[in-house]
Design a protein around this ligand. Structure first.
Ligand code: NAP
Length: 311
């Protein structure tokens, strides 16, 4: 670690409080000096109602971390980049693929770091899985993803998930896609999808994706928000050398029937370490592949209407 950067967090809601604020407090490379949120404030720092007011009053800030829902990510990121700040985006990095591409170009033109974070890629099973698949697994034969949870338990009262750009069941599902696109030594293309959407929402409550890896292996994903009480966040990969199974969203890993001993879970501290390293090396990390698969599912998917959700 070299420099310490003055940081602001925008959108103080569930993920900011649960993960970002504790991770920043434990990361000596960042000093949290200000926050912007319409209805919330954070003790011990200066608080503003919106990012515009924060940027006007805090010229010394080096970086911002954007934790509001994806529908406002683009405007906030643009304002921060225009002010010359380094930017970390919560997942998904935008409400459309073109927004993220534009932000990447703008960041490069301004000489700012843009980090499109994927927290599930920092889960402890991900790098050991990627290494095994690259070096020891032989041919990959099939990939099965099951990402199922109870939306009423995990997203109580959140309206934005049901609005355009909110992704619906892809909000958690994209975490699985971020892992798959990281660990497979092949590119993944979408071939077909079914999106099951309640009659009173704009986004799906369940989805099935049929994809193909560039070696020809089928990659199938089932996302469902009508599941419970025990969630399933599982990925199974059949290979020449046996099955790789990831459980609990990347917290557990078994390879060819053997449970692998993983280090302690530290997703968000790892994200902030990476953001710091990107700023130090004057680079960006923007991988849109998970979002592109979701966009392709909306582009290419068959729509099925289901019962009203009753939000
Ligand atoms: P959230 O609590 O509903 O929203 C975060 C905060 O953003 C809200 O409290 C709100 O604060 C602000 N906000 C909401 N709508 C806004 C709008 N239209 N304009 C400006 N600010 C707005 O959501 P969250 O669960 O923290 O999720 C936020 C992001 O983190 C999402 O992209 C999600 O995918 C990602 N994420 C969430 C989780 C999780 O477990 N919840 C995990 C990983 C990643 P104010 O009203 O005070 O402005």
């Amino acid at each position: 670690m070299k420099g310490t950067y003055k940081l602001a967090v925008v959108g103080i809601g569930k993920i900011a409080r649960d993960q970002h604020l504790p991770a920043i407090a434990a990361q000596p490379g960042f000093e949290l000096v200000a926050c912007a949120s319409r209805n919330a404030s954070v003790e011990g720092v200066r608080n503003y109602q919106d990012l515009g007011a924060l940027l006007a009053a805090e010229p010394a800030i080096d970086a911002v971390s954007l934790c509001a829902p994806p529908q406002v990510r683009y405007e906030q990121a643009l304002a921060a980049l225009d002010a010359g700040k380094h930017v970390m985006l919560e997942k998904p990095p935008g409400a459309s693929v073109s927004e993220v591409a534009a932000l990447h170009e703008i960041a490069q033109a301004r000489g700012c770091t843009l980090f499109a974070s994927w927290h599930s890629r920092a889960a402890s099973a991900v790098e050991p899985a990627r290494e095994w698949l690259a070096k020891d697994a032989g041919a990959i034969r099939s990939v099965e993803v099951r990402w199922k949870e109870d939306v009423r338990r995990w997203h109580p009262g959140q309206q934005w998930i049901w609005e355009p750009g909110g992704l619906g069941v892809f909000d958690p599902g994209i975490n699985a896609l971020s892992i798959v696109t990281r660990i497979l030594p092949h590119e993944v293309a979408l071939r077909g999808a079914t999106l099951t959407t309640p009659s009173d929402t704009s986004t799906p409550i369940a989805a099935e994706l049929d994809c193909i890896a560039s070696n020809g292996a089928p990659v199938r994903a089932v996302f469902d928000w009508r599941h419970g009480p025990v969630e399933e966040w599982d990925i199974d990969i059949e290979t020449d050398a046996g099955r790789l199974s990831m459980r609990e969203g990347g917290k557990r890993l078994s390879i060819a029937g053997k449970e692998i001993d993983l280090g302690r879970e530290r997703e968000y501290p790892a994200l902030y370490e990476h953001f710091h390293a990107l700023i130090e090396s004057k680079t960006s990390d923007v991988d849109v592949r998970p979002l592109r698969l979701v966009a392709d599912a909306f582009l290419n998917g068959r729509r099925v209407e289901t019962d009203a959700f009753g939000r």
